[in-house]
Structure formats: C-alpha cells, structure tokens
Write a protein that binds this ligand. Structure first.
Ligand SMILES: [Zn+2]
Ligand SMILES: [Zn+2]
Ligand SMILES: [Zn+2]
Length: 369
C-alpha cells in the first residue's frame, strides 16, 4: 500500500487519513448493514407492537476531516499553538537507510516495507502565526519529506516554502531541489539560501542551472556568521565548518526563535579541525543536532575512514563527557550512516549514548522555538 512507499514519515502521518477515510467508510457500512442483520429481531418487535419499524438508522457522528485532524496534530498543545517549531524530517546520512546496494545485516533489517527505514537528514521550520515553512536541506527524500510536512502542516498553496537552507553540495543535502523543476512541481521563485560557492555551483552546473534559469528557485546569498531575519521572531545564521569541500563550502545553521534556539550541524570533519569549540555553541543553544554519521572507527570494513572524516560518536561521547548534565542533554546525534549501530533501537551503542545523557534524533520529533 501507499503508506509503505512513503516510509516512516508517510506511515506515521498518513494515519489520520486512514482513520478518516477507509475507517469511516467501514464504520458507515457496518451501521448501514446492522438493520439488515437484525431484521428478524426488528420484525418480532414490530409484531409485538413494542417498537416502531421505521426507527432511523443511526448516523455516524462527524469526525474531523483529514485536513483538520492533521493540522491540529501538527500543532502544539493549547496555549502554545502559535509558537514556531522545528520538525525532524530525516535522521540518516545522505544515502538514507537502508542504503542502495547494501545487502548486509544493517540494511536487511530495514527492508522496503519496514518501519525502520529512515530519510536523509533534514529539518522543517514552521511558523503557525504567519503560515510560513522553511526546509533545511533538499534531500534525495524531498518528496516524502515535503509530503510529510504538508500532512502535518498543510500549506496554503504548493510548494508552500518560504525558503530552503542548504548546508553543502554533497548528495544528501541539495539534490532534492530537482523536485522543484520542470519535470515535477515547476515551482516559481522558491528562495534557496546558499553560501557563495554553493550558489555558484548551482548556477553553473546542469541540471541545477536550469532551476535558476527557469526561475524555479531564487538564490539568496548567505554569509557565515551573518543572520538572516526570516520574520519578526525567527532568524537563521550560517556558520562555516571544515568538511570535504569539493564543490561547496559547508555550514551548520543556528536557528533562533522567540524562546529557544537550535544548532543543526549534520556534516563536519573532526571537532579538532574546527577553530570554534563546539562546546561554545552547545552553551548557547537549547538543542544541538550534531553529526553522528559513524559510531566508531572500523565501521566500514575495507574502507579508509580517514578519507571520509566525521567525529565518531564514540569520540564525541568522550569529548562531551566533561560537559554538565544540562549541556549533554542538548546533544541529539543525526545524519547516521546505515552502518551505524546506534540506528538499531536495541543496540548497545544506543544504550551507551542514552546512558551518558545524550540522545539520537528521531524522525517527526518537534522542537518548540
Ligand atoms: Zn551528509
Ligand atoms: Zn547497510
Ligand atoms: Zn557532506
């Protein structure tokens, strides 16, 4: 069925549709059939003159429509409903989970119809007061992620994106932009916030250049350390980090709301290669989604992991062990590779992370700002 095709997000957010759609039909059919099934009893009662035969068929009480249900589910508890919030739309490394071509145990656990599938890392930012929505990253899973966002917080018109922020030009972070183009949505002027090299890359390489030429996207230049004011109460600041920058520079994003702030950093080389101590960012924010690509060295047999440097989660746990409980609780690892044992819900790796006071990002979790 369709919900399986859209993976975890689809299967979770499609639930209200199933309830209100076919569930409602089944309910009505049952009630319509009830008088027939009970016909002998009705007849008896009529003959006895105890009850009128034309007793009306009960009518189903109206349930909220699919749109109403999904809209309200996406919102905060009463009293907080107008606060902006982030939704996690994906937690996996660029290739998603399972990864194409992987026939090992890691990915056999997450077959095509499994709820264990995960999308490439992405966040959505929503401001219910202005009905604005932004995406962080345009991943290869863009269509599922936009659908998931639409079902949770329906746009007034498609694609309903006030902007897309891109961290860098690796596969899992920008290739979903193609869905805005001629072959799919034919969007008009979706603002795409990109650092200078990232913007140049999009403008001067096909097929991305066509998105620019046709006006599907409108590039918005970013500068490291300079905040972009999204509206009166939301702002986003790109922060340059060291990474394998073949095609673009790489940034993390500081996302600040009226009450709380979040740091999103899916990709970085080792912490030591960054002149900014990550701890200084942790002090400043309420939640930090940090690069948790690999758990430890040797995770990809036969491959030199120095060629694809990331802070191993095991290294981060050691480094962050000096932090107080409060700062440790801010860390949520994201961008997990298919080989990362912490992807598995019952793994020792996950247990260790949680026992030390850290956590793992979960798809569809929401953070109030
Ligand atoms: Zn990545
Ligand atoms: Zn695998
Ligand atoms: Zn990368």
């Amino acid at each position: 069925m369709l919900a399986n095709d859209v993976g975890q997000i689809g299967s979770l957010v499609c639930e209200p549709y199933r309830r209100d759609g076919r569930g409602m039909d089944r309910w009505l059919i049952r009630w319509r059939l009830t008088p027939l099934l009970l016909a002998p009893w009705w007849l008896t009662l009529c003959v006895l003159g105890l009850v009128a035969c034309h007793e009306p068929v009960p009518v189903a009480e109206s349930e909220p429509s699919a749109t109403e249900a999904s809209a309200t589910e996406g919102l905060a508890p009463k009293g907080l409903a107008t606060e902006p919030f982030l939704i996690v739309l994906g937690i996996a490394q660029d290739a998603g989970y399972p990864q194409a071509g992987c026939s090992k145990a890691c990915c056999r656990r997450a077959g095509a119809f499994s709820e264990r599938r995960r999308h490439a890392s992405s966040l959505a930012l929503v401001d219910p007061e202005t009905s604005q929505r932004w995406l962080f990253e345009a991943t290869p899973d863009f269509r599922h992620q936009l659908q998931g966002l639409d079902e949770r917080f329906p746009p007034e018109s498609s694609p309903g994106l006030a902007g897309i922020f891109l961290t860098h030009a690796h596969m899992g972070h920008y290739t979903g932009l193609l869905h805005l183009g001629r072959e799919v949505m034919g969007a008009q002027g979706v603002p795409v916030f990109a650092m200078p090299r990232m913007g140049d890359f999009l403008e001067s390489n096909g097929p991305w250049e066509q998105l620019v030429e046709l006006g599907n996207i409108a590039l918005q230049p970013l500068e490291s350390g300079i905040a972009v004011q999204l509206n009166e109460r939301l702002r986003v600041t790109p922060i340059l980090v060291p990474h394998r920058d073949e095609y673009s520079e790489t940034v993390g994003f500081l996302i600040e709301g009226p009450q709380r702030s979040v740091f999103f950093l899916p990709d970085i080389d080792k912490w030591e290669r960054w002149e900014t101590p990550i701890e200084s960012l942790l002090e400043r924010v309420d939640i930090a989604y940090l690069d948790g690509t690999f758990y430890s060295d040797g995770e990809i047999p036969g491959r030199d992991m120095a060629e694809i440097p990331h802070p191993f989660i095991a290294e981060s746990l050691r480094r962050f062990s000096a932090l107080g409980e409060e700062d440790r609780s801010k860390v949520r690892f994201i961008h997990l590779n298919h080989t990362n044992p912490a992807l598995q819900p019952d793994s020792e790796a996950r247990e260790e992370i949680e026992a030390l006071g850290f956590s793992l990002a979960e798809e569809l979790e929401e953070i109030r700002l």
